[in-house]
Design a protein. Structure first.
Length: 212
């Protein structure tokens, strides 16, 4: 990213403008310094370190699952592209080493909430609606994941709120992307609201049998 004009508006606001060097204020030489011959300018000073700044970046849960990229563009059209790895969480910081002449850039990740899934570290939770008859008699239901839907067999007599653990269907681990968390499918039993006469009679008989 050659030149001092690159990222003028974006990165000058990050790093405080020109950080290059000590300036020209060395002044005239002092022949032999003060008593003892010590010259306070005789030793070089370390270059000031640019302040570390974080750039907030929002990603979707799907992007955090698959990994994604972001392109940062300055007012003069200069661009840098950042790779965001799989498994990032809210609060993760991605270092872009040497992104500018002034130093590194850090992306601070914010994973947005999802309309279906709730994240707990590398695990995911999802609510699965189940009709009354399947909950009573058992059966199969479809469970969504971030990749595809899977079939879950639930036993007869499944209670509302019961959770089923589907191993390895959660989020990838940031440090070990091949390791995955789990997906917890939480049953939400849906009661019928428009029963037919036959259904009412059947349920009434079932209730009478249950009381015996």
């Amino acid at each position: 990213f050659g030149g001092n004009s690159g990222f003028s508006s974006f990165f000058e606001s990050l790093f405080g403008g020109d950080l290059g060097g000590m300036g020209g204020g060395m002044g005239g030489s002092r022949p032999y310094g003060n008593a003892g011959g010590y010259d306070r300018y005789s030793r070089s000073r370390p270059a000031p370190q640019p302040p570390r700044q974080d750039v907030p970046v929002k990603v979707t849960l799907e992007e955090a699952f698959h990994g994604t990229t972001r392109t940062l563009e300055s007012s003069d059209g200069s661009r840098i592209q950042a790779s965001i790895p799989r498994g990032v969480r809210t609060g993760s910081k991605i270092r872009m080493k040497g992104a500018t002449e002034q130093g590194d850039v850090y992306l601070k990740i914010d994973v947005m909430s999802h309309d279906k899934f709730r994240r707990e570290e590398d695990d995911l939770r999802v609510t699965v609606p189940v009709d009354l008859y399947t909950a009573l008699l058992g059966g199969e239901v479809e469970v969504p994941t971030l990749e595809r839907s899977v079939v879950l067999k639930i036993p007869a007599g499944t209670q509302n709120g019961r959770s089923f653990r589907l191993r390895g269907l959660g989020m990838p681990n940031l440090k070990k992307p091949d390791d995955r968390g789990d997906l917890f499918a939480e049953v939400e039993v849906r009661l019928p609201t428009d029963l037919s006469e036959d259904e009412r009679d059947l349920l009434q008989r079932a209730r009478e049998v249950h009381k015996r």
